[in-house]
Design a protein around this ligand. Structure first.
Ligand SMILES: [Zn+2]
Length: 294
């Protein structure tokens, strides 16, 4: 069975994908318009709210010409192909907070958007016990083609959205939403949620404190992964530009169902709203309340 560009994961609601629409370029607008092209979806939101959401590993879909990269349907449903639940939580946050979000269309197995171009794990040949047959004999030309078609357009769109927020007078904070597998190499992971950061902890510290104050969460600090990763998405768009940023990792078994995705979405909306002063956000409160009920 070929996966023809349709995400396999279950969504709370369909991805908010309006009709194809060009973003007005060159001119700053107070609103980021919805947009979709071959590699990326932009969910609309205020350019002045001071927050942009990113979801690098939103989908387990593969372009039709890649088939399944030699993997079974069951393997493509695993964490190796995408971050289970992350897209739905990102969509919930975007809608409820009225802030723009950039989501990838394709599996990280095609090319991992959250890696620098010189990272040896940019295109994985093996992942957590699975051999990615379609990547095993990758040559330089194919690598360049994936960068050109799927990697560069995603990062160009992230840059563009951030640029337009800056132009609107609101240099945005960046919140990247990921999820991690609950068992790694046979060992259960204890954290419910992780907060990853590099040398800029302006958002990470208050977010960690807020998550710990919830009282029912084991919160990883630069766990389950080390935050610093040269060339990754937040390194490129946050650290290098001096924009405040943080990455949140949700344990995938806690966001595997529609109900759990909604619950985590609502929890994060509440926490981010409470952190608005620390994050420097200018959320429209009426909008937030209205959209939260929608
Ligand atoms: Zn991820």
């Amino acid at each position: 069975m070929a996966f023809r560009g349709k995400p396999l994961h279950t969504q709370t609601e369909p991805l908010y994908v309006p009709a194809m629409q060009e973003i007005p370029s060159a001119r700053a607008t107070a609103r980021i318009a919805p947009f979709r092209n071959e590699s990326v979806t932009v969910l609309p939101g205020s350019a002045e709210a001071g927050l942009v959401l990113l979801c690098d590993h939103a989908s387990n879909a593969l372009p039709a010409e890649y088939g399944t990269l030699g993997l079974s349907a069951a393997e493509l449903e695993r964490h190796i192909a995408y971050d289970i639940g992350a897209a739905a939580v990102t969509e919930h946050l975007s809608r409820a907070l009225g802030v723009p979000a950039v989501l990838s269309h394709w599996s990280r197995l095609l090319i991992d958007l959250n890696r620098g171009l010189d990272d040896p794990t940019l295109i994985m040949r093996f992942s957590d016990g699975a051999i990615v047959d379609g990547n095993r004999h990758l040559d330089g030309a194919e690598r360049e083609e994936r960068i050109r078609r799927y990697y560069t357009p995603y990062h160009a769109m992230v840059t563009d959205v951030l640029d337009r927020c800056v132009a609107a007078g609101a240099p945005p904070a960046i919140l990247a939403v990921h999820s991690f597998t609950d068992i790694w190499k046979g060992v259960p992971r204890p954290w419910h949620v992780g907060v990853l950061f590099d040398s800029d902890d302006r958002l990470a510290r208050p977010l960690i404190a807020a998550l710990r104050a919830e009282g029912d969460l084991v919160v990883g600090e630069n766990q389950p992964y080390r935050g610093p990763l040269e060339g990754d998405t937040l390194w490129q768009h946050g650290l290098e530009r001096g924009l405040r940023h943080v990455l949140i990792e949700l344990r995938q078994d806690l966001v595997a169902t529609v109900g759990d995705q909604r619950a985590w979405g609502e929890r994060l909306v509440r926490l981010v709203t409470g952190l608005a002063p620390a994050f420097g956000l200018r959320l429209a409160e009426n909008d937030t309340r209205k959209r939260s009920r929608a």
